[in-house]
Write a new protein. Structure first.
Length: 148
């Protein structure tokens, strides 16, 4: 996937980050634009499993879904995210353990719909800040204390 890569380092372990990703019900907490989770298929985060979510803000919510295209458990996930009327996007998240925690990487680009018609540099300029915030939220959830 040729797209700009957003990077963030977290003190959380790769397993702690993966645990957030693997809990489909947290998706709306860390993915910018997703506003609520309607259902998570039992096979999540395995290939073919979907999260049924809504995008937007009330009262103009649209129901959509995100499907797992590829997965390397604990290391990498590739998603096909719908966000109509904008279109669909392919999203890749990679976790790399470091001595201090985990390096998070995220790449995304439109692969269908009206957003695909926008020139790639413009698309990427719009996607990059959203993904930077998404990785911040993912890191914060993974770093959260588990004890009072």
């Amino acid at each position: 996937m040729k797209a700009l890569t957003v990077r963030r380092t977290t003190t959380a372990s790769a397993q702690e980050v993966w645990d957030v990703i693997a809990d489909g019900f947290t998706y709306a907490s860390w993915v910018v634009g997703a506003s609520r989770i309607r259902a998570v298929e039992a096979a999540w985060p395995n290939v073919g499993a979907k999260i049924h979510h809504s995008v937007g803000t009330w009262p103009t919510l649209l129901d959509d879904e995100t499907e797992v295209l590829e997965v390397e458990t604990g290391r990498r996930i590739v998603l096909h995210a719908k966000a109509w009327p904008v279109g669909r996007a392919k999203v890749e998240i990679v976790l790399t353990p470091t001595d201090e925690g985990t390096q998070l990487e995220m790449r995304e680009d439109a692969d269908s719909g009206p957003a695909k018609a926008m020139p790639k540099p413009g698309r990427q300029a719009a996607i990059f800040p959203r993904n930077r915030e998404t990785l911040l939220r993912l890191a914060l959830l993974a770093e959260r204390p588990t004890q009072p």
